[in-house]
Design a protein around this ligand. Sequence first.
Ligand SMILES: Cc1cc2nc3c(=O)[nH]c(=O)nc-3n(C[C@H](O)[C@H](O)[C@H](O)COP(=O)(O)OP(=O)(O)OC[C@H]3O[C@@H](n4cnc5c(N)ncnc54)[C@H](O)[C@@H]3O)c2cc1C
Length: 361
Amino acid sequence: MIHDVAIIGAGIAGASLAAALGEGVRVLILEGEDHPGYHTTGRSNAFWHATYGGPQIAPLTLASREPLEEFLSPRGVMTLAHRDSVADLGRMEADYAGMGIRFAMLDRPALEGVLPGLRPEWTAALMEPEGFDIDVAGYHAHCLKQARQQGGTLVTRARVSGLSRQNGVWTVETSAGQFDAALLVNAAGAWADEVAVLAGARPMGVQPYRRTIIQLELAQPVDPDLPMVIDTHGTFYFKPEGANRVWLSPHDETPSPACDAAPEEMDIAVAIDRFQAVMDWPIRRVERSWAGLRSFAPDRLPLFGPDPDVDGLWWCAGQGGFGIQTAPAAAQLCASLIRKEALPLWLAGVDAPAYAPARLI
Ligand SMILES: Cc1cc2nc3c(=O)[nH]c(=O)nc-3n(C[C@H](O)[C@H](O)[C@H](O)COP(=O)(O)OP(=O)(O)OC[C@H]3O[C@@H](n4cnc5c(N)ncnc54)[C@H](O)[C@@H]3O)c2cc1C
């Protein structure tokens, strides 16, 4: 059987695209691991934050909000400024003017009301009431289920090791056997460049960077509904996880080869040090820690669209640190391009050429 589209990678990128391709497209998803979502998708901070990733990512994030609605829980997010960097908050607000994002500036007295225990050097914050926890596993499973209901097939333990194309048909060699497809989508996350090379395409310079998260047990209770907190310089973020736990990241970004990423002791120590410089919350212990790879193209914009050189090869990669919160819009954008259809109205604010791989050549 010749599939219409074979997608390499069953993380959020591949799963959401398989769902968005819709009825009437014979979709095959090939995943190298035992379980879809094992790599970056299963390791995220599970958050929707309109301004995360910059003004060129915000249209994808904003468009994705409604399709994600049933998987979102309100939390809010605040960008915290040290007393030396309060001016950054005004600049940040200006960067997103006209996008319909709600902001509220908080001074120190207001901050004390919202975030008890905040150390005195932190004197202002920009609050975005619309920040949400995402049920990532729920949304990922929903996409895979929809793909299956549309007749799609997911094959796990199918690591792709060879790709060739003849007479408009790709032959895909995997550890689970050989498959044929008319079109191929590279949704291989940290391995995107390696897959491109297998397909005879030039690598786009997709670089994986390690990011660490630790779960701390606190020696005092905190309000579990506190907003997520991030700083203007991007040196940490944290959010409560229940009544006496936080998820904390040192916002590390260490270049890494594509691999099964694991946290380093030094990054855990840095995270705790930075947290203690912000919050006067006693820590009981580090309960667990994990790391994942956030993969970026050189200009830090994602790669959505056809390969510039190789016919029949498409990219859905380079989603960096925003691949969950942008997944519905990204998937629909790629699906519309593949199906040669106009973008739906809900993607009216999305500038498709800005994400085309051809921009990098
Ligand atoms: C610590 C951390 C926090 C994050 N927080 C957030 C957040 O709060 N909000 C947000 O929106 N985003 C967040 N992100 C980013 C988000 O997780 C990623 O952008 C997203 O998961 C990328 O999805 P993906 O499907 O491209 O990659 P992956 O989930 O890594 O999927 C790629 C898949 O391709 C498979 N594959 C690779 N090569 C082959 C091959 N040759 N054959 C077969 N299969 C192959 C892999 O096994 C893998 O399963 C975070 C990331 C990290 C690491």
